[in-house]
Design a protein around this ligand. Sequence first.
Ligand SMILES: Cc1ncc(COP(=O)(O)O)c(C=O)c1O
Length: 376
Amino acid sequence: MAQLGSRRLFPHLKAASYLNHAGVSPLSTPVVEAVQKSLAALAGEGVGAVPELLSMRFRLRCKLSWMLGCEAEDVALTTGTSWGVLAIAQNFPWRQGDRIACVEGEFPTNVTPWQATGQEVIFLKPDFSDLEMQLKRGIRLLAFSAVSFQTGWLHPWREIAQLAHQYECEVFVDAIQAVGVLPFSVGELDYVAGGAHKWLMGAEGCGYLYVSPRRQAQLHRRWAGWLSHQQAVDFLFEGPGHLRYDRSLREDPQFLEIGSSSALSQAALEASLNLVQFVGVEGIFAHVTRYLDELEAQLSFPGWFSLRQPGRTSGILSLKPPPGTDLAAWEKALRQRGVQISTPDGLIRLAPHWPNSLEEVPLVVEAFQEVQRSFL
Ligand SMILES: Cc1ncc(COP(=O)(O)O)c(C=O)c1O
């Protein structure tokens, strides 16, 4: 079974130290097997596989709700974070003149759909220092990420949401860089979206959207499809007389599930959630923190600095290299030495997860030192 610091479930992983879980996580054996099992069921039984796939979707919503600290009926399955952001942006009851606040340095997933609403979008500073001033001027919805993909800063989402609510501003959080690696709970948040392929260690094509019960009724049902109705599938299984077009739309966020979806990515996510929940998020965060503490202490080169800030740490350590550093060359040289990192927006980003062993740290440090020397 899964164990902190053990790669036993990743026998095909090539990099000796895989440090890009903030980008795309490798798939473990149980995840690959779960996908293969669903494929075999569909290959062998066709529609006969569907009842089990429907049960799997039900279990998946339950498991996601444990991760998010909410009720399963307040979670909809999506295709990824972008889908969740767009679903709220397009179904939100906007009024003329509503302003939306995004944050500078955000991943565009949590910006573009808000811009597409046609409402005015303003940008807050990355440290939120101008939040209250802007709230006083009127903000209808604030959209930010729980953890910055770039700096790795943990944003204090509870405190930010409390302040926003004092000014009747609703709060949307992109949680993809948080859920799975550190303790997270939706608490007072109004909307939370994320995807499977990073810290949850599933495959692309599946994600989640939480909508607070107090915000569900106000959403427009502009996005509605055949699965958005109450008793949507009765006409397929219950005999004649059930094919109707006047059934009410669902009151919970599952109205946004709309139509058929990827059972394969959902099966992958269910299996990967089992592992994350088995290992335990608190233990994962402690493990990753120790790994990054050791790396940060040993990766100090002249002109480089770490963006990590005490009290705001996450699963990401980002290093800012001196101006003119050829990051593509660094990425390649490190990869050739068995260390897989990423380079978002001019930074070197290191993002270990539960399978990374602390024993890798000397290897990573040595690879950085060698590359540094080779570029001198
Ligand atoms: C903060 C953040 N949000 C969203 C995404 C991706 O969104 P999607 O899964 O919709 O492509 C990423 C990275 O890919 C990210 O870092």
